[in-house]
Design a protein around this ligand. Structure first.
Ligand code: NAP
Length: 286
């Protein structure tokens, strides 16, 4: 068996096109084009690339690019003042603080200043709480992108065994909540899990977000399972994930590639969140 390839590049393109149409409708209805304020602190090359892509695709979708760049040695008070300025600016629909920030800054404290309705990364405690309670709110982009891929490929979730590897605030925890909300039976694994392959083999849907290259091999995958590889590692041989993709493709029913799987979905969902935020703020939500 060779796993079906879940084409995140194609799905992300469709999501971005939908967002572009939504932006045009918002403007035609008398609204303002959504504005995305990406905030980059310092000049980490990987973060610069991520932010550049977000800004480019934001403009391509018809949104305003309201990017701000702070020097790497900025103090906490000045960074907080910028977040407060963006929070108060009606042109700004969404604020995204690019992580990680330099070590001397308290990024949690900065995120806490982002109003929930502008928190397009879905990382504030308010939005995490809304997700935990199953109430509407802005969802973290990467797990939301995974859900969009599962839906696009008609992967059954109600009653399915779902295993999430990783429990980060950014990916694993919200991923588990989103799967639970769709009536999957969810197990979350982490660094203290005993016998990871044994737990993973239960999964009809296996989402791997551990940040360890090749952590999940063929022995951890049930025949026919849907495997979503969130991991990204930059090696000499290009980008690879947390899943041993060649071996797993022989047993899985469907598998996301790296690159071209979850990665493009993260930015697409950021744009979708920014449009949602703008609609709500302008009183033009569906
Ligand atoms: P993270 O904050 O480092 O969290 C990693 C999680 O994996 C932790 O919960 C950790 O457990 C768990 N873990 C570590 N070793 C493990 C092991 N041997 N067995 C089982 N679980 C283990 O990472 P993250 O931010 O969630 O990101 C995870 C990966 O996804 C990274 O490779 C990152 O680059 C990638 N990522 C990709 C995208 C995208 O757009 N595609 C977006 C975000 C992240 P403990 O809690 O016990 O430490």
């Amino acid at each position: 068996m060779t796993a079906r390839v879940i084409d995140g590049t194609a799905v992300a393109r469709r999501v971005r096109e939908d967002v572009g149409r939504g932006v045009a409708q918002l403007v035609a209805a008398g609204g303002r084009a959504p504005g995305l304020a990406t905030v980059l602190v310092g000049d980490d090359p990987a973060s610069e690339v991520y932010v550049r892509n977000k800004r480019r695709l934001c403009v391509a979708a018809g949104m305003q690019d309201l990017h701000r760049h702070l020097p790497g040695d900025v103090d906490q008070a000045s960074a907080a003042a910028l977040v407060d300025e963006l929070a108060a600016d009606p042109q700004v629909s969404g604020i995204l603080l690019q992580l990680p920030t330099p070590r001397h800054l308290d990024s949690d404290a900065l995120i806490a200043r982002i109003p929930a309705e502008k928190d397009v990364d879905g990382l504030t405690t308010a939005n995490a709480g809304l997700l935990a309670q199953g109430r509407p709110g802005l969802r973290p982009c990467t797990p939301a992108g995974v859900m969009a891929l599962l839906d696009e490929y008609d992967v059954p979730l109600a009653g399915a065994e779902a295993v999430v590897v990783g429990r980060s605030v950014l990916v694993g925890k919200p991923m588990a909540q989103l799967l639970l909300a769709r009536h999957a039976t969810v197990t979350v694994c982490h660094s203290r899990t005993r016998d990871l392959p044994e737990v993973c083999r239960r999964a009809d849907v296996l989402v791997v977000a551990a940040g360890i290259r090749g952590l999940v091999g063929r022995d951890a995958v049930k025949a026919g399972a849907t495997v979503i590889d969130v991991g990204i590692h930059r090696g000499d041989d290009g980008l690879v994930g947390d899943v041993e993709s060649d071996a797993v493709a022989e047993v899985a029913g469907a598998l996301t590639p790296v690159p071209g799987g979850v990665g493009p979905m993260t930015i697409a969902m950021l744009l979708a969140n920014t449009l949602t935020a703008a609609r709500v703020q302008q009183g033009l939500a569906d």
